[in-house]
Design a protein around this ligand. Structure first.
Ligand code: KG4
Ligand code: ZN
Length: 320
């Protein structure tokens, strides 16, 4: 089995996955409550919390799988991109566990991990396909040609889609993380109530900063009472604009590359409006959309392991 470890942002996660892609256990300790009062992730607070949680979370993943380290034949860990201090905690823990058992270590790219959330049992997707990866840090359109080959077709020029959700939620006075809050509130609102602009860029890139400004102006013009009354309409219209941008571009990218299948991964792939707007797309299972370690162990199946003890020199990277 592969032991996966993920600490790139504010989730401390460990999972056990077989070579066939069966999840034996997946433990995710979210730090969201810890960061909520700051309205976003505080990197140093995240690092310190990872340090406290990483070993208990690994122990729990082993226990849930009814396994011990003797059942593990390699350790997979997120090497980047992400918060550098947070990544270093996971990488150091992975090195220590691997070294203590003389196991190989597999450094995994977090974004490859999100794509590999589609390769897990019981319903794995086989490449090729067009993949929309939308998370708190990234918005990418990828032509996935095989398990190891991909081409970047488009990305965001400013905010990531999840970041747009989080910043919008903050403007609306909702909690952190904002995507899920907007998703929930939008169910009671009218997506046609406000006509928020969707940036029309040439090519397959995205831009969400204008949309955020439009929401800021709409909120600023309302009294506190009116904001209370219109909050659900604002959330629904704002969400609708983000989803429209994602869906338009994903369909355009599929047409351009001739890919018949579209897949969606990353935290924003949990959005109910997005999932409904792409009924024919393959969406990652809900539990595997937001950060987890099963997807990291899954991706490790196509990465060359670094033998003992050479990986002790590995470093983390903050951006791709
Ligand atoms: O993939 P992820 O857990 O972390 C990163 O790699 O960034 O994605 C987190 C992002 C956050 O911005 C969060 O607001 C967003 O995913 N998110 C959602 C939903 N659930 C999480 N956005 C929209 N609708 C949701 N239901
Ligand atoms: Zn992520």
């Amino acid at each position: 089995m592969i032991l996966g470890i993920e600490t790139s942002c504010d989730e401390t996660a460990a999972a056990l996955v077989t070579d066939e892609g069966e999840i034996r256990s997946s433990v995710v300790a979210s730090q969201a409550d810890l960061h909520a009062r700051y309205g976003g992730v505080v990197p140093e607070v995240a690092s310190r919390r990872h340090l406290e949680l990483v070993i208990p979370v690994i122990r729990e993943a082993l226990a849930d799988a009814g396994a011990t380290l003797a059942d593990v034949d390699r350790i997979a860990v997120t090497q980047g991109p992400g918060l550098i201090g947070a990544l270093l905690v996971g990488l150091a823990a992975a090195k220590a566990v691997a070294w203590s058992r003389r196991l190989p270590l597999v450094p995994v790219d977090h974004l490859d991990g999100h794509v590999a959330s589609l390769y897990l049992e019981p319903d794995p997707l086989e490449p090729p396909f067009l993949c929309l990866l939308a998370s708190g840090g990234h918005t990418l359109l990828l032509d996935i040609r095989s398990h190891t080959e991909q081409k970047l077709l488009g990305t965001t020029l400013d905010d990531a889609a999840g970041e747009a959700f989080d910043k919008g939620a903050r403007l609306l006075g909702l909690g952190y993380p904002g995507g899920r809050e907007i998703d929930r509130l939008a169910r009671d609102g009218d997506p046609g109530a406000y006509d928020f602009p969707v940036a029309r860029l040439p090519g397959l890139d995205f831009s969400f900063s204008g949309l955020k400004t439009a929401l800021l102006y709409a909120v600023r013009d309302l009294s506190d009472d009116d904001l209370g009354a219109r909050r659900a309409d604002l959330a629904a219209s704002y969400q609708h604009a983000i989803v429209r941008a994602l869906v338009d571009r994903a369909r355009a990218a599929a047409a351009e590359t001739g890919r018949e299948r579209i897949a969606i991964v990353g935290g924003v792939a949990a959005n109910s409006d997005l999932r409904e707007a792409l009924p024919d797309a393959k969406a990652a299972p809900l539990a595997l959309c937001t950060d987890n370690a099963a997807m990291i162990a899954s991706a490790a199946r196509w990465v060359e392991p670094v033998p003992y003890p050479r990986y002790l020199a590995l470093d983390a990277y903050a951006s791709r």
